[in-house]
Design a protein around this ligand. Structure first.
Ligand SMILES: [Zn+2]
Length: 134
């Protein structure tokens, strides 16, 4: 029986597999975006790259940054939902909808661009790695 890929290479934690993509630049200049754990063979020069050569702990730190910044939009969505439900319970569904629509507009116009910029700045500070081809 042939071995599956998981048997040869141990499965990665879910949080790592769903992390931000890594920009992989080949020695010949060819560039691609891959998930942690993926292999890539450069179409130009046939060099083979394995992102598992990146230290897992360092990559996990990037993932944690991503999750930290994702918490705020999730919290805002939950809050909006709670508001709607609260207004429905007190018998004022339309007032609730208007308030939430107003809040969402305010969020997307003012808070979100600011939040996005902070997130991009945080990601830009994260490390880059030099790995050897297989
Ligand atoms: Zn190449």
């Amino acid at each position: 029986m042939t071995k599956t890929r998981e048997e040869i290479e141990p499965a990665l934690p879910r949080s790592v597999r769903h992390g931000p993509r890594i920009t992989l630049t080949c020695e010949c200049g060819e560039r691609t975006y891959v998930h942690y754990g993926e292999r890539w063979t450069c179409p130009k020069c046939r060099r083979s790259w394995n992102t598992r050569r990146i230290p897992l702990e360092q990559y996990a730190a990037i993932r944690r940054t991503q999750l930290r910044y994702r918490r705020i939009p999730i919290a805002v969505s939950v809050l909006a939902l709670v508001c709607i439900i609260a207004f429905i319970i007190v018998g004022e569904p339309f007032s609730g909808l208007i308030l939430v629509a107003f809040a969402i507009t305010a969020w997307s116009m003012f808070a979100r661009p600011f939040h996005r910029r902070r997130y991009r700045e945080a990601l830009a500070k994260l490390p880059s790695w030099e790995i050897e081809p297989d």
